[in-house]
Design a binder for this molecule. Sequence first.
Ligand SMILES: Cc1cc2nc3c(=O)[nH]c(=O)nc-3n(C[C@H](O)[C@H](O)[C@H](O)COP(=O)(O)OP(=O)(O)OC[C@H]3O[C@@H](n4cnc5c(N)ncnc54)[C@H](O)[C@@H]3O)c2cc1C
Length: 415
Amino acid sequence: MTRHYSALSLLREGLNGQRGWQPAWQDADPKPRYDAIVIGGGGHGLATAYYLAKNHGITNVALIERGWIGGGNTGRNTTIIRSNYFFPETAAFFEFALKLYEDLSRELNYNIMFSQRGMWMLGHDRHGMEMLRRSANAMRLNGIDAELHNEAGVRAEIPGLNDSPRFPILGGLNQPRGGSARHDAVAWGYARAASALGVDIIQNCEVQGFLIEDGHVRGVETSRGTIRSECVGMAVAGHSTVVAEKAGVRLPISSYALQAFVSEPVKPCLDTVLLSPATGTYLSQSDKGELVIGAGLDLYLSYAQRGNLPWMERAAAGVIELFPAFSRMRFLRQWAGICDVVHDSTPIIGATDLGGFYVNCGWGTGGFKAIPAGGWCLAHAMATGASHPLASAFSLDRFRTGALIDEASASGIAH
Ligand SMILES: Cc1cc2nc3c(=O)[nH]c(=O)nc-3n(C[C@H](O)[C@H](O)[C@H](O)COP(=O)(O)OP(=O)(O)OC[C@H]3O[C@@H](n4cnc5c(N)ncnc54)[C@H](O)[C@@H]3O)c2cc1C
């Protein structure tokens, strides 16, 4: 049976009629007890399970997913990866994630199609340019690659941009090491690598309650029975408040839908990731040729994973404002995911007031880029009981001490 992916194994299986491949991961049935349980089979949960096994040698782990692996936000996002944050704490964390991404295909022996084609933010007015200058300076001070360009520099790198009187292009900020990756591949790669190290990947299993004794978690009640463990981690973006509440833990999070769209596939025409804060639009071109387009969060709280026409029109208007030539493209499909937004727009990673219960949540619209670091730090907290230095500022305690990290006002983050 072929487990290792290489040019040689592709050739061998090609000659053998593709009959020797093993399933990427073993679909497990739940056992009564584990050393650790991770709730949520998105990128963060899978990465947590993988690093528990790889970094800490804890392999008797259950990864519990109520649907299918990668069926949550990880499989719904627009796949932008960057580390252009403002504050040193967030910059260091997201840069660590980007560095892990740079080596992830080799580490997991799975092609995640990471493409560092650059990530541009456009400045359409003087105020916008001031924000970009501030971001570029902060990024450089944090040791992160940043290039500030004038209008000619932007147009030289991104052909086809409009000459709009409403949204003139005054310049742009590029992070050359930013880019995108195939989202399913990130989930499948981590699932495969975790399973190979002994993690039980349990799909179609919903956590419905918690076993709690003496202020300590003792396990979870699921749709497939009781599973015991003294150490439980949660990474259920979109449903963090709902699941944590079952453990009696209240989180400072509000949930909104975020929508995205893809066009029909066309020949290569956009060789970067582009964000235009003033038009409220961002887009990139996938390796299949589709334009992947997104806009802002819906303005009302919701758990409905569906799109709506007003946002689609708004995003389309922004795209056409930037690239009039795209106005004749057809949309192929539209969807939404639920994003958990923390009041200071910075994630929460670490322990809760319930002993043995750890959370990784509050990624808002931008947690895909954080998956390797989010999993690394949650695994560290679960294995050692202490915050990883990169995540110590992201604890729940900051809502008691007031040490908030307001990235939304600092870098105007989106995705
Ligand atoms: C349209 C859109 C575009 C985005 N674009 C970007 C982007 O370009 N770049 C970026 O960095 N981020 C982006 N994001 C955000 C990013 O997708 C998320 O932050 C990230 O995927 C969160 O990963 P996760 O593993 O925490 O959650 P998920 O992938 O959502 O996984 C959580 C899992 O938990 C499971 N679950 C829930 N409740 C239970 C339960 N009771 N029991 C068991 N399992 C449960 C769910 O079924 C789900 O599979 C975008 C999000 C959306 C919706």
